[in-house]
Write a protein that binds this ligand. Structure first.
Ligand code: GDP
Ligand code: MG
Length: 162
């Protein structure tokens, strides 16, 4: 069974962009619309000779009514079935109440999870990450999914921990 890496985080933080990088496909819906991906989506990736499965999710917005509730449910299921959870936050938008809700869930779930600060292109990574230390998760890892910055190192790092 290949290791399963789930991408979670509130809408618009760049999960589908990272999914496309990790799977080298353009299949997930990427758009400026919040929460366009409304279900889980699976893809296969490879780094060197290591294959893995990536799960994209619609996102947890903290406003769990109707469709947002459905998306949150999918995200929780994806966390459940994952070996590794990459929890993405937006380094430009800063800390958001929904981030704290997801962090609470991950702390309780005791999953192997990593805090990923995305959209650090053009930012000082240290400054972009400063907001997120207070979430009480692992040391944040900076990436820029749309540019690919930090993505290979990230996958190497998390696969090495398995
Ligand atoms: P999702 O809702 O979490 O799946 O987010 P998307 O992958 O759809 O991305 C939301 C928006 O953020 C899109 O406009 C992306 O182009 C943009 N985005 C994603 N990654 C980055 C990044 O590393 N830097 C910047 N500046 N924008 C990004
Ligand atoms: Mg998406």
């Amino acid at each position: 069974m290949l290791p399963v890496i789930a991408l979670v985080g509130r809408p618009n933080v760049g999960k589908s962009t990272l999914f496309n990088r990790l799977t080298k496909s353009r299949d997930a819906l990427v758009a400026d619309y919040s929460g366009l991906t409304r279900d889980r989506k699976y893809g296969e990736g490879r780094l060197g000779d290591r294959d893995y499965i990536v799960v994209d999710t619609g996102g947890i917005s903290g406003d769990e009514a109707g469709i947002d509730y459905k998306m949150a449910e999918q995200s929780l299921l994806a966390i459940d079935e994952a070996d590794i959870v990459l929890f993405l936050v937006d380094g430009r938008a800063g800390l958001n109440p929904a981030d704290e809700m997801i962090a609470d869930h991950l702390r309780r779930s005791e999953k192997e999870s990593y805090l990923i600060v995305n959209k650090t292109d053009g930012l000082d990574p240290e400054v972009a990450m400063a907001d997120f230390h207070g979430l009480g998760l692992s040391e944040p890892l900076p990436i820029a999914a749309s540019h690919g910055r930090g993505v290979t190192q990230l996958v190497e790092y998390v696969l090495a921990e398995l």
